[in-house]
Design a protein around this ligand. Structure first.
Ligand code: GAR
Length: 208
C-alpha cells in the first residue's frame, strides 16, 4: 500500500465493499490517501478481514464494553485522534454517531448512502424506493451532520429502477455506482478540492 500524508479512518459494520473500493483505488495510485485505521462495532464484520489483508490496523470496538453511547463514541474519537486522521469515512457503519463525535471532527466526516438524498434516508432504503415507485434511484456521498443523512452533498450517481426490480437487484445496481463515487469523493477531499458554502459543495479544478 502506498503511504500518504492524508490519513483516513474508516468506520464499518459489515461487508466492507465500499472500504474495498477505496483500498483498491489507493493501491492503484488514483486516491492519494492512506487508511490509517479501520474501526468496527461488529466483531465478525468481513470489512475487518479486508483491512487486515491489506495490512491495516483493523479493530473491533465492542459496544458492550461501554456503559453508554457517549463513552463508546468518545473511545472512537480517542483512537481516531491517536492515528492522526484527516478524514473519517463511514462505509456501511450502521450506528448513529453522537453530537460530540460529529462536532470533534466537524466537516471531516463523510458517508455513503444508497439513495438520492434527501429521498429515502434511514433504513430499508431500496425497498422504500421501490415501494414509492420512483423511476430512478442512486447513491449519495455527503458530509455528516447531526441529523441523520442530512449533510451537504458531495457526489451523487443515478441508476434506473426497473419494473421487476427487487430490493436486492436494485441494491446491486446502486452498489456498482457507490464503488465509483466513494473513492472519487475521497480523492477530491485528499486533493483539497472541495469547498462548502451553506449546503452547496463545489469542486475546484485540479492545479498541480
Ligand atoms: C452500502 O450500500 C452503503 O451505501 C449502505 O450500506 C452498504 C454497506 O455496504 N449504507 C447505509 O445504508 C448507511 N445509511 P458495504 O459494507 O459493502 O460497503
Amino acid at each position: 500500500m502506498p503511504t500518504h500524508s492524508f490519513k483516513l479512518g474508516v468506520l464499518v459494520s459489515g461487508r466492507g465493499s465500499n472500504l474495498q473500493s477505496i483500498l483498491n483505488q489507493i493501491e492503484e495510485g488514483t486516491v492519494p490517501a492512506e487508511v490509517a485505521v479501520i474501526l468496527s462495532n461488529k466483531e465478525n464484520a468481513p470489512a475487518l478481514e479486508r483491512g487486515r489483508q491489506s495490512g491495516i490496523k483493523s479493530l473491533f470496538v465492542n459496544p458492550k464494553d461501554f456503559t453508554n453511547r457517549a463513552d463508546y463514541d468518545s473511545a472512537l474519537v480517542g483512537i481516531l485522534k491517536e492515528h492522526g486522521v484527516d478524514l473519517i469515512c463511514l462505509a456501511g457503519y450502521m450506528r448513529i454517531l453522537n453530537a460530540d463525535f460529529i462536532r470533534t471532527f466537524a466537516g471531516k466526516i463523510i458517508n455513503i448512502h444508497p439513495s438520492l438524498l434527501p429521498a429515502f434516508p434511514g433504513l430499508n432504503v431500496h425497498q422504500q424506493a421501490i415501494d414509492h415507485g420512483v423511476k430512478f434511484s442512486g447513491c449519495t456521498v455527503h458530509f455528516v451532520e447531526e441529523e441523520v443523512d442530512s449533510g451537504p452533498i458531495i457526489l451523487q450517481a443515478v441508476v434506473p429502477v426497473e419494473k421487476d426490480d427487487s430490493a436486492e437487484s436494485l441494491a446491486d445496481r446502486i452498489l456498482q455506482e457507490e464503488h465509483k463515487i466513494y473513492p472519487e469523493a475521497v480523492r477530491l477531499l485528499a486533493e483539497n478540492r472541495i469547498r462548502i458554502e451553506g449546503r452547496r459543495v463545489s469542486i475546484q479544478e485540479f492545479t498541480e
